[in-house]
Design a protein around this ligand. Structure first.
Ligand code: ZN
Ligand code: ZN
Ligand code: ZN
Length: 359
């Protein structure tokens, strides 16, 4: 066993949100998690009883829009049957001491991603994905314009039962809320602090580092190599305008983030040409994940600059991105109770595995 193959056990600090740290523990004995069995994916093209399949349009809640507008549809947006948030103001905000609540005002919608029931993202065409991302953009824009109280429109996808998807038919969700999710707020505020100190976007710095950094770290007393960081070590996939990287402090074993190479704080500013490359990088990244994990069950979320006065000056410091979090194991009580995620695969090794998939 060479020095570099030794089991890793270290706490890695998330460079963007330092309060979020990760314990990377690769020794078998350190694995507190039960591995999630890869669920067999429902690959059927059409299911007669599925409300999201073509021909069953009358079985879904009211339709908001569809693409294309006539003929057989490729993508549909419908209201959510079980909305987490609604637009009624029935609950007066009762406040007891330290317990405060904000009206559960907002919107919750479902995007039926594709007319084929069990298609995976990496099986969708680049043209389809580009259209889908355009639909995300369009609907986000409409929701923000609809109500000035809305601060954040979150687009996310749950795929597979381990990722909390209750419907097998491929779909994404949109939740528009009057509050900014804490993790997005923390990213925005922490990157703003970094910008004040360094006059540089931390996400751009991380991309530069992922592309160009090279170093060998030695142990001071013994002179042994502790860690070797190679060029592009964290790069999983690269397009002309987008890059997929493995975060140094990944919470999930196969977590990958996709970012625009050129700085931009807001997904809504992305051009159709940008979306084309985003679709390519996304499709290839998902194909790599699928090849390595096999039938990946995952969540992805879009992080873009929130609306509101508080975020107006964060254009130079915040950098929008997509976080893909495959679920290969169930978080344990240790993780939920401590907030310290345990990652059992070295992020550098995971990136290497994903990169070496022949597509
Ligand atoms: Zn279906
Ligand atoms: Zn940037
Ligand atoms: Zn993020």
């Amino acid at each position: 066993m060479s020095d570099e193959d030794k089991p890793v056990r270290e706490i890695r600090i998330n460079p963007i949100v330092p309060a979020e740290s990760v314990l990377v523990a690769t020794a078998r004995s350190m694995r507190p998690r039960k591995q999630e069995d890869p669920a067999p994916r429902d690959t059927r093209k059409h299911v007669d009883t599925c409300p999201f399949c073509r021909g069953n349009e009358d079985k879904t809640p009211p339709q908001i829009s569809r693409i294309p507008e006539s003929g057989p549809w490729d993508i549909r947006i419908v209201e959510n049957l079980y909305p987490v948030l609604g637009n009624d103001r029935s609950q007066p905000g009762l406040v007891f001491g330290l317990q405060q609540a904000i009206d559960g005002y907002g919107r919750h919608e479902v995007i039926v991603d594709h007319n084929q029931h069990g298609i995976a993202v990496h099986e969708m065409s680049v043209a389809h994905l580009r259209t889908l991302f355009g639909v995300y953009q369009q609907r986000m824009r409409e929701l923000y314009a609809m109500d000035s109280r809305l601060r954040y429109v979150l687009v996310f996808k749950n795929f597979g039962p381990a990722a909390g998807a209750s419907m097998a038919h491929t779909h994404s969700q949109i939740i528009a809320t009057p509050v900014v999710p804490q993790n997005v707020h923390d990213e925005v505020k922490n990157s703003e602090e970094y910008y004040k100190r360094n006059h540089h976007c931390i996400f751009c710095s991380l991309i530069d580092e992922a592309l160009t950094f090279e170093a060998t770290i030695y142990d001071r007393s013994s002179g042994k190599i502790l860690r070797r960081i190679n060029v592009g070590q964290y790069v999983v996939e690269r397009g002309e305008k987008f890059i997929a990287i493995k975060p140094f402090a990944s919470r999930y074993e196969w977590e990958v983030h996709i970012l625009p190479l050129q700085h931009g704080s807001n997904f809504l500013d992305t051009t159709p040409e940008d979306l084309e490359d985003f679709a390519k990088v996304m499709q290839r990244t998902m194909a790599r994940l699928d090849a390595v994990i096999g039938g990946a069950q995952y969540n992805f979320f879009l992080h873009s600059l929130p609306h509101g006065e508080e975020y107006k000056n964060s254009h130079a410091s915040y950098h929008w991105h997509l976080e893909i979090c495959p679920r290969t194991s169930i978080p344990t009580g240790f993780e939920l109770g401590s907030g310290l995620f345990v990652n059992t695969i070295n992020p550098e090794e995971a990136a290497e595995k994903l990169r070496s998939v022949q597509l």
